[in-house]
Ligand binder design. Sequence first.
Ligand code: ATP
Ligand code: MG
Length: 225
Amino acid sequence: MLNGLFITGTDTNVGKTVAAAALMHRYRELGNLIYWKPVQTGIEQDDDTATVAKLGACRSDEIWPHGVRLRGPVSPHLAAQWSGTPIDLAQLQSFLAGAPAGRRWVIEGAGGVLVPLNERDLMIDFMVHLKLPVLIVARSTLGTINHTLLTIEAIRRRDLAVSGVIMIGDKNSDNRNAIELHSGVRVVGEMPRFPNLASESLANWAKTELDPGGAVYERALFPRF
Ligand SMILES: Nc1ncnc2c1ncn2[C@@H]1O[C@H](COP(=O)(O)OP(=O)(O)OP(=O)(O)O)[C@@H](O)[C@H]1O
Ligand SMILES: [Mg+2]
């Protein structure tokens, strides 16, 4: 069984990869982190693993490079159909063969929780299989309350823990307060949109503004030790 957390989003393109890189900066010195992207579609244009390695200034041993890599910037089930190689949960688990022990995993989904992997399973079924607490990345703008609360509801329905929300974009305290009030989940970071996104600016933000109270660290990232 893995330790760590699973990063999902309220949508695709919401900022999960950037948030994962920020987490690497925030907790690197506290724990033995390793990032993993089990399912990457649109590999001809998006490589979240390479992005986290760069934005998170990761050492090679902080990246688990294996996983499903498919062409086509579409849902995993469709990219898999196009490639003629279906995804299944046992196959995703098999990518962990030989994984180092004693690490704290930062695992990034694809899209949001109810994205299909195949004709039967959704991304959340793999999340249930992993049993890791979930960190949700959300936009700060209009519409985020509904998307975030829906995501929390789906995760809780499967008896997974939600360890926090990271909001990306201009700070919006009304949206933040509504999410916290109606879910009881803490917003552990409000990340600005950086005009020049780079490892240094992200590291500075992460070390000062991300989970300053250490709630994710305490309750989610290292709960089984
Ligand atoms: N805080 C930020 N400042 C500047 N640009 C950002 C920020 N957060 C995200 N972006 C940009 O927004 C785009 C989407 O972000 P990101 O790739 O992290 O989304 P994602 O949720 O991981 O998407 P996917 O579902 O494809 O994995 C990227 O081009 C990224 O560089
Ligand atoms: Mg991503």
